[in-house]
Design a protein around this ligand. Structure first.
Ligand SMILES: [Zn+2]
Length: 286
């Protein structure tokens, strides 16, 4: 399938299409237009009839609550394009994308790579830039096996969704550079720490030519040590185009201190195989 067809399919499946040939253009999502209209309307009303200023203030407060809620909902499309499933390509084989966050981790990631190799499966690793700098050989090993490393910010700050555009851009750009230095490959996707964001993220990602990705389902495997429960969340039911989220960094520990991902991933790969779903990287879906 050529690039034009792919972009048309992305646009149909995912709403706004931000790539136009080699250039990326940011266009505000409808929610931001609505927000601007609320601000203008509130200002105009308060100027025309000063008595109504408490109502104008309430309208502004409600608007900001709506924007914050959209940012706290990881799968929301309200603040800009956001992959929650793989785009559909007519005639393509059925596939799923397994995405693995918060690494690389020197103890867990090599075992994850061995499990993927045993199943001849590919995955996408959303790595933290600081961790890539600490374990560059491991990052290179991930890429040399055919997997891809994408951007999960430089430091995985828990206040990421509260950052302004300058700090947000710095966090993401630094991770781009860290990952490129270690692996020679520049990320093309971004996932926000904990999936949380604010309206500044979309223009920053457009400028850096990154696509936002969340997930179809996540296992909550950083907090849930019950491998059966994590597996059921992810695999029930597995469908063509699913984007699934697991963690090799910060993994919860199950029986005998074993990271949960190591108990869940082989079962998930077996389930994908028996459903004739091929585990692929996100980039292969571009
Ligand atoms: Zn994370």
């Amino acid at each position: 399938m050529n690039g034009r067809d792919t972009r048309q399919q992305d646009a149909g499946e995912l709403g706004a299409c931000r790539q136009d040939g080699a250039a990326w253009h940011w266009s505000p999502p409808p929610l931001l237009y609505a927000s601007a209209a609320v601000h203008l309307g509130a200002a105009a009303a308060a100027l025309a009839r000063p008595r109504v200023w408490p109502w104008a203030l309430c309208a502004l407060a409600a608007n900001h609550v709506a924007l914050a809620a959209a940012g706290l909902w990881p799968r929301s499309q309200l603040l800009g394009p956001n992959w929650i499933r793989l785009p559909t390509h007519k005639g393509a084989a059925a596939r799923v994308a397994i995405t693995i966050d918060d690494g690389p981790d020197p103890e867990v990631t090599p075992q994850v790579l061995a499990q993927l190799a045993a199943h001849r499966a590919l995955a996408t690793f959303f790595c933290v830039g600081d961790r890539v700098e600490r374990h560059p050989d491991l990052a290179r090993d991930i890429v040399s096996r055919g997997h891809t490393i994408e951007n999960h910010s430089q430091r995985h700050r828990h206040d990421f969704s509260l950052l302004g555009p300058g700090s947000m851009s710095a966090e993401i750009s630094r991770a781009q550079d860290s990952i490129q230095r270690a692996t020679g490959s520049r990320p093309r996707f971004f996932r926000a720490p904990a999936g949380l964001r604010n309206p500044f993220l979309d223009p920053v990602l457009t400028r850096l030519q990154l696509r936002l990705v969340s997930w179809t389902r996540r296992g909550f495997d950083t907090v849930n040590a019950d491998a059966d429960a994590v597996y059921r969340r992810l695999a029930n039911p597995l469908q063509d185009g699913d984007i699934l989220l697991l963690h090799d960094g910060n993994a919860a520990r199950g029986r005998g201190g074993k990271p949960v991902i190591l108990e869940v991933l082989p079962r998930l790969l077996d389930a994908a195989a028996s459903s004739q779903l091929r585990p692929v990287t996100l980039r292969s879906a571009l």
